[in-house]
Design a protein around this ligand. Structure first.
Ligand SMILES: [Fe+2]
Ligand SMILES: [Fe+2]
Length: 239
C-alpha cells in the first residue's frame, strides 16, 4: 500500500487500516462523526503538525505490515464480509460494552457528585451530560437491535429493494443520533478538561473519569463501523 497522505478522508484511512484509530485518538481527531473530511482539514482546524501525524500513521502501518503474526492473522476486512458478521461484531463487542459500562459509570458518577460536587462545580454538568448520553444510547441500541439490524438481515436474505429502502431510511435517523452522541462526548471532554483527574480526587472519581474516557474511545470505534462502513455499504447498493 502507498503511504497515507493528508488529502485522504479520515474515515477512509481508518477503514483501510483500523489501527489508524489509535493515532487519531492520540491527536483527538474525530474519525467517526467527523470522518467524512480530508485529514488536512482536521489538521488545519486543530492546528496540528501534519508531518508528525503522517509519520505516526505511516510508522504504525509499516510496523503492522512487517509483523509476521499480523500477516498470518489479518484483521477482518469489514468492507466485504457479510452484513450479519459485521452486525454480530458490533453487537457482541460494542453494544455489550455499553450494556456493561453505562450503568457502572452512572453509579460511579452519582457517588462522585455526592462526595465532590460541592468543591467541583463542573461535576453537575458532567453528571447531566453523561445521563443524557446514556438515555439516548439506551433507546438507540434498542432501535438498532430491533429495527435496523433485522431490516439489514432481512434484505441480505431477500435482496428486495423494499427491504433495502427500509434499512436505509432507519440508517439516516441513526446517523443523526450518532452526531448527537458525538456532540455530547465533545462537551464532556471539554468540561472535564480532557479528563484530567484533579489532585483531590478519590478512587471513585478517578475511576469515573477513566471509564468515561474509555467510553468515548469505544463509541468512536463503534460509530465509525456504522457511519463509515455499514451504512455506506447499504447506500452503495441502491445506486
Ligand atoms: Fe450500534
Ligand atoms: Fe449506532
Amino acid at each position: 500500500m502507498d503511504k497515507f497522505n493528508s488529502n485522504q478522508k479520515i474515515k477512509d484511512i481508518v477503514t483501510k487500516f483500523p489501527k489508524a484509530a489509535e493515532v487519531f485518538k492520540k491527536f483527538k481527531i474525530d474519525f467517526c462523526c467527523g470522518g467524512d473530511r480530508p485529514l488536512i482539514v482536521a489538521i488545519n482546524n486543530q492546528d496540528l503538525d501534519e508531518e508528525e501525524i503522517l509519520d505516526s500513521l505511516n510508522t504504525i502501518y509499516e510496523n503492522f505490515a512487517n509483523n509476521k503474526t499480523n500477516k498470518s492473522n489479518k484483521s477482518k476486512d469489514w468492507t466485504s464480509i457479510p452484513f450479519t458478521d459485521l452486525i454480530d461484531h458490533i453487537v457482541n463487542k460494542h453494544h455489550a460494552y455499553l450494556y456493561e459500562n453505562l450503568p457502572l459509570i452512572s453509579e460511579l458518577l452519582t457517588k462522585t457528585l455526592r462526595a465532590h460536587g460541592a468543591s467541583h462545580q463542573e461535576l453537575q454538568e458532567v453528571y447531566k451530560l453523561f445521563h443524557m448520553l446514556k438515555m439516548e444510547l439506551d433507546s438507540h441500541l434498542i432501535k438498532e437491535e430491533t429495527v435496523q439490524y433485522p431490516a439489514i438481515e432481512k434484505y441480505e436474505k431477500s435482496k428486495s429493494i423494499v427491504d433495502l429502502e427500509q434499512a436505509i431510511q432507519v440508517s439516516k435517523e441513526l446517523e443523526t443520533e450518532h452526531t448527537e452522541a458525538g456532540d455530547i462526548l465533545k462537551k464532556l471532554r471539554k468540561i472535564t478538561n480532557e479528563y484530567i483527574i484533579p489532585a483531590d480526587a478519590c478512587n471513585t472519581y478517578k475511576s469515573a473519569y477513566e471509564k468515561l474516557e474509555d467510553l468515548e474511545s469505544d463509541l468512536f470505534e463503534h460509530i465509525h463501523l456504522e457511519n463509515n462502513i455499514l451504512f455506506p455499504r447499504l447506500y452503495s447498493l441502491k445506486k
